[in-house]
Design a protein around this ligand. Structure first.
Ligand code: ADP
Ligand code: ZN
Length: 746
């Protein structure tokens, strides 16, 4: 590293300013852009990241840095450049962005390598000495003999276990100078006990070959390449293309990142990548939210030190410190989990496109149901569209049957969970020993408890939603709020009117599970949702049992909608397709369309063609009708027309400001004041909405107000919003958050 006399840093505090420090002679060769340092700040000592190494500094009263944290710089110039884009775009201080870029363990450098003690003899064994020792301390002698027989240093813990001797005995030998203990770093590998057998490339079909060629061309000359949108129906072999594209990147000495939504980062997915590159040890690093701090530390260093060349991970893996990046793949690019719902509120897919531009590498966005944003970008030529129209097995897309719940209701005189047709279809599958998936995007048993006398529902005291009744042991027959976790006992009488007239209303996955089990007492029914999958192992276990055919019917939430391959599933039932459709959110229709298409992709991947039953009260809504005919282009055209007419994304960017407080009046007043200031600050080209109560008006005890702004020049809009907010003093108990390109509109 070149000698640094001064450094410019961003401290881990929200002060919106870069500060200069001098570098003591002794540290001058060890610090560079991206280094983590400890610096004096006001009267404290704080951690900071070096963002520049200026030759001179104009700063007055400059102070020296105190220490360097860790060894090599942790952030590359490219990642710093990325941070400088994310901050202003997402209307958020750059220090917050950098906090997201570096895992906590790396930022603070508190967790190090796992150290283990190894023993070895200090010198050659002297038999006289040994005999003397045997008289005085027979156990020490026994241990010394074992140690002197070692051919290589051995883990102390293992040796003590094998000899059944204790630590004290070992320490005594060390004290006598007969034995040496040494600390060595060992790597924590979350996949250490799994064996991966190398798989080789499959022979690509024509469509796949064309797609791969497009990607390798982008790898060759990323300067003139556009981001590639790989639109391929489920089972069209996208993952195989990613694998071969990664190989092509590695062949050129470059590295690759594969982003997958957290929910599809299943053992199956990881295994596919680990296996293909199993010949190179450590080749694939995996990053996700379930790693322990220690594992995260080790995986991160494996990447940073250039040992891992492929990173597969969820959202934040887009910040993986790979050098020489050649390819970024964003699988299931339409997934909203790529959006981070806390500051910095970045969208990892969009960040991927920007990082690719900075790193001059290829970027591929893949999906069976591309987001409207990406599809639009492809239509206007910003992205290059590559399509795969055929499933590998040349299976037909499953047959989709729409069941009109209004008619069912007229027949049955009450809302049925399973329509007659769906019931029959399940019975038929049970007979043929085929499997069924039932999907409902709502947990719990009953979604509300109503009084049939006065009509009062049991609401959460902290949120404006009803409490859900669970039977599941975790909440054991109580009412619980899915937003804040509040629970309450089921009252005997209506607390409002005192009548003994309480009825359960609405249903969730627990009720579906028990209903199905009642109708089909011989079938093995299991449920997979956030309640039943609290144990880490439960998820794998259920999947394994389903795969091996021990489960006939799997009931679940979106956990089961994505990325899982089960050849014996020939029936998928969507219990209620309307749940997403009626949310006050301009993406509600798009989400429903995607969900139906994704869930349908679970049916009939094997020899037998699949069937999908969609139960709905709105059978003629466009998202259901287009999904039914697998008419992606048709759906997009009409949805894009709607978005354009209403000035919604992708035609305009949106910024959603939420103002919240435990005091309703203060939240409202602050929101209204902010709206007035914005009106003064924003030019006419921006569409500024009123301060209105949020659809979810109360959440976790806070009252919430929204202001929605739309416009094209997002960087400019972001800056104006930030400046307006900075000038406006809000009361202590009022919190304002700014969400650029928002996905949560409730
Ligand atoms: P997608 O990611 O589009 O859902 P996959 O890559 O998972 O599709 O492919 C679906 C199935 O087809 C997988 O079992 C995969 O191993 C297999 N497959 C993919 N490409 C080929 C090919 N060229 N030849 C044979 N089988 C293939
Ligand atoms: Zn609540």
């Amino acid at each position: 590293m070149a000698k640094a006399n001064y450094v410019r840093v961003i401290v881990d505090r929200a002060i919106h300013r870069e500060l200069d420090y001098s570098v003591p002679e002794s540290l001058a060769q060890r610090v560079g852009v991206g280094s983590r340092v400890r610096v004096p700040f006001r009267d404290k000592s704080v951690l900071a990241t070096v963002v520049a190494v200026p030759e001179e500094s104009e700063a007055k009263g400059i102070r020296p840095i105190e220490a360097i944290i860790g060894e090599a710089p942790v952030l590359s110039e490219q990642l710093l450049e990325l941070a400088r884009w994310i901050g202003p775009y997402y209307c958020c201080p750059i220090e917050t962005v950098m906090r997201s870029m570096l895992p906590q363990v790396i930022r603070r450098a508190e967790v190090g390598w796992k150290k283990q003690l190894f023993v070895q003899p200090a010198r050659k064994l002297d038999t006289d000495e040994l005999e003397k020792l045997r008289k005085r301390a027979p156990r020490q002698a026994e241990l010394l003999e074992s140690i002197s027989r070692l051919e290589a240093p051995m883990r102390a813990a293992q040796l003590l276990r094998e000899t059944s001797l204790d630590n004290q005995t070992l320490r005594a030998l060390v004290k006598r100078g007969l034995v040496e203990l040494r600390e060595e770093a060992v790597v924590r590998d979350p996949h250490a006990d799994e064996q991966f057998i190398a798989t080789s490339n499959l022979i690509l079909n024509e469509e796949q070959t064309r797609a791969l060629n497009e990607i390798t061309r982008a790898l060759h000359s990323p300067e003139n390449a556009r981001p590639i949108l790989l639109y391929g129906v489920t089972g069209s072999g996208k993952t195989e293309i990613y694998l071969q594209a990664i190989q092509a990147a590695l062949d050129r000495g470059r590295t690759a990142i594969v982003l997958v939504p957290e929910i599809s980062l299943t053992p199956q997915t990881v295994e596919r990548f680990k296996s293909r590159f199993a010949d190179v040890q450590d080749a694939v690093a995996v990053l996700h939210s379930h790693l322990s701090e220690g594992e995260r530390h080790d995986e991160w260093h494996k990447i940073h030190s250039d040992r891992a060349h492929i990173v597969i991970g969820a959202r934040s893996a887009i910040f993986a410190p790979l050098k020489n990046l050649g390819l970024i793949v964003v699988d299931e690019e339409h997934e909203t989990t790529y959006k981070q719902e806390e500051a910095p509120r970045y969208q990892a897919r969009d960040v991927a496109v920007v990082r690719a531009k900075i790193e001059k590498c290829a970027v591929v966005l893949g999906s069976a149901t591309p987001s409207l944003e990406s599809y639009h970008n492809a239509t206007i030529g910003k992205y290059r569209l590559v399509t795969l129209t055929q499933r590998i097995d040349e299976k037909q897309m499953p047959l989709m049957r729409i069941i009109d719940l209004r008619q069912e209701r007229r027949k049955e005189k009450k809302a049925a969970i399973l329509s007659e047709k769906l019931s029959q279809a399940i019975a038929d599958r049970l007979e043929k020993r085929e499997q069924t998936i039932l999907f409902l995007n709502r947990r719990g048993f009953s979604t509300s408890l109503l009084c049939s006398n006065c009509g009062e529902a049991r609401n959460c005291p902290n949120c404006s939603v009803t409490l859900t009744f669970h039977r599941h042991p975790a909440v054991a027959g109580r009412l619980s709020c899915h937003l804040c976790g509040h629970t309450a006992a089921v009252p005997k009488k209506c607390p409002a009117c005192g009548h003994d007239a309480l009825i359960y209303y609405g249903y969730g996955t627990e009720k579906v599970e028990s209903t199905v089990a009642q109708i089909f007492p011989k079938a093995v029914v299991r449920r997979m949702d956030a309640d039943s999958m609290t144990r880490k192992e439960a998820y794998r276990e259920t999947l394994r049992n389903f795969r091996t055919g021990k489960i006939d019917i799997l009931v679940g939430t979106q956990m089961i909608a994505k990325g899982l391959h089960f050849p014996n599933v020939t029936l998928v039932g969507i219990i209620n397709a309307d749940l997403a459709l009626h949310l006050p959110d301009f993406r509600a229709g798009e989400r429903t369309f995607q969900l139906l298409t994704q869930v349908a992709g679970r049916a009939g991947r094997g020899e037998t063609p699949g069937e999908v039953f969609v139960q709905t009260y709105t059978p003629f809504s466009p998202s259901i009708q287009f999904a039914r005919h697998h008419d992606f282009a048709g759906y997009f055209q009409q949805e894009l027309e709607f978005r354009e007419r209403c000035d919604f994304p992708p035609f305009k960017h949106a910024i959603l400001i939420t103002v919240r407080s435990v005091h309703e009046g203060r939240a409202k007043l602050s929101a209204e004041t902010l709206k007035r200031r914005l009106k003064e600050a924003l030019p006419k080209e921006f569409i500024l909405g009123d301060a209105t109560p949020a659809p979810l008006e109360k959440l976790q005890g806070q009252f919430r107000f929204h202001i929605l702004i739309r416009g094209e020049a997002i960087m400019r809009l972001s800056r104006l919003v930030r400046e307006t907010l900075d000038k406006l003093p809000f009361p202590e108990d009022v919190t304002v958050t700014v969400d650029v390109d928002p996905y949560q509109l409730l």
